[in-house]
Design a protein around this ligand. Structure first.
Ligand SMILES: NC(=O)C1=CN([C@@H]2O[C@H](COP(=O)(O)OP(=O)(O)OC[C@H]3O[C@@H](n4cnc5c(N)ncnc54)[C@H](O)[C@@H]3O)[C@@H](O)[C@H]2O)C=CC1
Ligand SMILES: CC(=O)C(=O)O
Ligand SMILES: [K+]
Ligand SMILES: [Mn+2]
Length: 352
């Protein structure tokens, strides 16, 4: 029996609805497999926790997490209780940084039974490799003065190491896929960091002569996501560009509630973290209608990471069967609840 120890952080809002749904699917998957067991340890770290303890996680939170095989997280943020930059930097981004989860991989593809809002949603199947440790997500800078003379400086940080690492990951991924990498740039408007980004891309690509490349400014690239997403295989992007592109990736699939993600630690020193692209969706929290598919597909990415691709593929196959059968939450144009979609996925998984 293979055993995986997983730290579970539902977090805030619909994280508390979609994480339990995905755990049910993981337990069902384990049952179906017969040779795998998941041990889930849940942590209540969230904005509610912050109100009680004055911090998003305890002082030894990272030490506690370090011993697990993976972290499975829902979403962080309740701006009514805690400012977003405090809550996200105190938990989600803290884990990404401290555990050197330097790559964030976020796929988007055309799904049967989903109504993409695109007029012509030709079969697209793309994956964004988002640099996850630096870039525009930076604490470097500061604020001085108040009032008329008030000033805020926010520095983006691009290191050769971080940039090159994300690009190499993208090229290696493309070699296993359709052999194409697009670099998301903006070297026409951003004077220092993006020309640097382009230079590193041009250097790195020399090492992968079998991979075709394109370099496209982020504004045009965003438009191509809408007009011809089928042109993309792997896209490598800085932290913020990748963040924005992947909500768009969710949107062209039909809902941001479907989009999965994996925060990958490459050096093996710390666990990786699996959390969907979406946030805590305060506007629908508590109604029982949150789409659990993003979190469930994220669970599939965690299984892939554990080397259990076969089981992961079964989950993805069943997700697509369920959307095709029309069992969908309102964001996908249906009227099913979180529980109904989850129940249907589990039922079909058992019947495979
Ligand atoms: N990785 C994370 O934990 C993230 C956290 N956040 C935080 O989440 C909070 C809300 O942020 P927003 O900008 O509103 O983004 P959001 O992703 O939470 O919501 C955007 C829109 O998408 C809908 N939506 C999102 N996930 C859904 C799902 N599974 N099923 C159905 N509909 C879904 C929401 O109802 C909302 O209309 C903020 O505190 C924000 O900072 C935002 C993005 C990522
Ligand atoms: C914070 C956020 O939106 C993200 O990292 O995807
Ligand atoms: K999330
Ligand atoms: Mn985001």
């Amino acid at each position: 029996m293979k055993k995986f120890e997983i730290a579970v952080i539902p977090g805030d809002g619909i994280g508390k609805e979609v994480v339990p749904a995905a755990l049910t699917v993981l337990n069902t998957a384990a049952e179906v497999h017969g040779g795998i067991r998941f041990d889930f340890t849940e942590f209540p770290w969230s904005c509610d926790y912050y109100l009680k303890h004055g911090q998003m996680m305890p002082d030894d939170g990272l030490q506690i997490l370090q011993g697990f095989d993976a972290i499975f997280l829902g979403a962080v943020g309740n701006p009514r209780l805690v400012p977003d930059h405090i809550s996200l930097w105190g938990l989600l981004i803290k884990i990404r940084r401290e555990f050197e989860q330097v790559i964030n991989i976020r796929p988007a593809k055309c799904f049967k039974g989903l109504c993409s809002p695109l007029v012509n949603p030709n079969d697209f199947d793309l994956i964004v490799v988002r640099e996850n440790s630096e870039g525009e997500y930076s604490e470097v800078g500061g604020r001085i003065h108040r009032g008329e003379d008030e000033l805020a400086i926010q520095n983006a940080v691009f290191t050769r190491k971080g940039t090159e690492r994300a690009m190499r990951y993208a090229f290696e991924l493309a070699q296993k896929r359709r052999g194409h990498v697009t670099s998301a740039t903006k070297s026409n408007g951003i004077f220092h960091s993006m020309p640097f980004w382009d230079e590193v891309f041009n250097e790195v690509k020399q090492d992968y002569p079998d991979v075709a490349t394109a370099s496209i400014h982020i504004d045009a690239l965003a438009a191509f996501f809408v007009t011809r997403p089928q042109m993309f295989d792997v896209i490598v992007a800085s932290n913020l560009f990748g963040d924005i592109l992947t909500d768009l990736g969710g949107a062209i699939m039909g809902s941001i509630g479907i989009a999965p993600a994996a925060n990958i630690n490459l050096n093996g020193k710390y666990p990786s973290m699996f959390e969907p692209v979406h946030g805590s969706a305060p506007d629908i929290y508590g109604k029982g209608i949150a789409n659990p598919i993003g979190q469930i597909w994220t669970a599939k990415m965690m299984l892939d990471h554990f080397g259990e691709e076969e089981l992961g593929n079964k989950i993805l196959k069943v997700i697509e069967e369920v959307t095709e059968a029309g069992v969908k939450t309102p964001d996908m144009g249906g009227s099913a609840s979180t529980r109904e979609v989850t129940g249907e996925i589990c039922r079909r998984l058992k019947a495979l």
